[in-house]
Design a protein around this ligand. Structure first.
Ligand code: T4K
Length: 421
């Protein structure tokens, strides 16, 4: 196929009737997902699975988990890694081991697991607004939220953009507060050339299927604090300090061998994942350039990034179309974009009922939650897919106002077809 034909093949939507929401054929015959897993080398994974079956060591810190922990330690440059069953349990155990109680200050612009890990232990999450540069917890607002009950701060490296770690460190020190990071999105990322995972008292990772590095389900706590690491390791194994000796209340937070096998296999492919994500990011950047009201969040290319999230803000006044209308248009084309993290944790239960006025202090969070859209990327998405997606976005923004009005903007399909292929 010559270049001209190739170009024509890519031009799929030119008129209003071409749009699936107005009766045209969907641009894609299969669903394009946000969070479609990156899969490493299948053969190596299968070899590892055979290996663990052969030796009948399936869990309880077997050799694959130990190898995985060591590889994470080497990559991050941190003293301890305790591999966990998932990121939420990693958060819960880290919170408990740090002795957090009373109130903990966190952003509302995060996945619901962050506040739930606190509330689950009857600790109150106090929602703080985000700052406009990184969309992470705003250090300028934290101090006014500290009360005698405050025991810690949890920063979230949202969409793999690190928090303002230096300022958070200063605040935590000044007020003698614990500092934990939810780094669920930020594996393989650096700030000031130092890897995320080595900041604060501890950080947690998620290795869920949808994450940059996945172990099917999985997570980890990483820390430079020897005492804390020891406590966390005991707590994740029911508090056992020996075969017949329990020293803490504990739970079961252990990563299984099969998860570690996937984690190790994924680790071997992270350069390939970064390459695909970076290529996709640059394609989106080029294709979305100049579309009014569509702003792609950028990465600081001077640091290490995983480029795992393609996040756009839809400015309705400039685009002439709302975020929710654009979502409807793209879903009709089988592009299953997501509104992470709409509506903001403070507007979900139980926090909405417990803290009905929290939103008054969260203007930036609410503004962002109402206009944000996360687009598909990862190794399953090709540049041609992105060109098509961006053409659709461009076409929609160019529609006459009276046509835009016809695009439904409410009742976003609750049962979006996430898993149908
Ligand atoms: N902190 C933060 C900041 C987090 O974002 C998360 C998790 C956590 C803590 C907790 O870590 P974990 O306990 O999960 O390790 C998804 C993930 O389940 C969740 O891990 C993630 N954050 C969150 C942002 O996204 P949902 O409810 O949106 O997932 P779901 O099932 O709708 O899947 C998302 C998309 O991914 C779908 O379009 C389909 C696609 N997908 C998903 C899976 C599981 C696939 O293509 N294949 C798959 O196997 O929460």
């Amino acid at each position: 196929m010559d270049v001209q034909n190739l170009k024509e093949e890519l031009i799929v939507k030119e008129t209003l009737q071409d749009l699936a929401i107005f009766g045209g054929l969907p641009a894609f015959s299969h669903y394009l997902h946000v969070g479609n897993p990156n899969i490493g080398n299948r053969n190596r994974l299968i070899n590892r699975i055979n290996n663990l079956l052969d030796r009948r060591r399936l869990t309880n810190r077997g050799p694959f988990v130990q190898e995985f922990e060591q590889k994470v330690i080497d990559l991050i440059g941190v003293r301890h890694c305790i591999a966990m069953t998932n990121g939420t349990v990693a958060l819960e155990i880290a919170i408990r081991a740090l002795g957090l109680s009373g109130e903990v200050i966190i952003p509302s612009m995060t996945f619901i697991a962050t506040p739930h890990a606190l509330q689950w232990q009857e600790i109150t999450p106090v929602f703080c607004d985000i700052e406009p540069e990184t969309y992470t917890i705003d250090p300028a607002r934290i101090e006014s939220m500290i009360t005698p009950k405050t025991s810690g701060i949890i920063g979230v490296h949202l969409w793999s953009r690190p928090c303002m770690v230096d300022r958070l460190e200063q605040i935590a020190r000044r007020h003698n507060l614990a500092l934990l990071y939810d780094a669920a999105h930020a594996f393989g990322v650096s700030r000031y050339s130092r890897m995320v995972g080595s900041f604060g008292d501890a950080e947690i990772f998620s290795f869920h299927a949808t994450k940059f590095l996945n172990s099917f389900e999985g997570g980890a706590v990483v820390t430079n604090n020897d005492h804390l690491a020891e406590k966390i390791r005991l707590m994740q194994n029911f508090g056992f300090a020996g075969k017949d000796n329990v020293v803490y209340i504990g739970t079961n937070g252990k990563m299984s061998e099969v998860s570690a096998a996937m984690g190790l296999t994924s680790l071997e492919s992270i350069e390939e994942f970064i390459e695909a994500n970076y290529r996709n990011y640059k394609t989106y950047q080029a294709e979305l350039a100049g579309i009014p009201g569509i702003q792609l969040l950028s990465y600081n290319e001077g640091e290490r990034n995983n480029y795992q999230y393609i996040v756009v803000e839809v400015n309705e006044a400039l685009a002439g179309i709302s975020r929710d209308q654009l979502l409807r248009v793209l879903e009709a084309e089988n592009v299953l974009v997501r509104r992470y993290f709409y509506p903001g944790c403070h507007r979900m239960e139980p926090y909405r009922s417990y803290q009905p006025h929290a939103g008054l202090l969260l203007p930036e969070t609410e503004r962002l939650a109402d206009c944000v859209l996360v687009l598909p990327t990862g190794t399953a998405i090709q540049p041609d897919d992105i060109t098509k997606i961006c053409q659709i976005i461009r076409l929609v923004t160019l529609l006459p106002t009276e046509v835009k009005y016809k695009i439904p903007c409410v009742n976003v399909r609750e049962n979006s077809p996430n898993f149908i292929h």
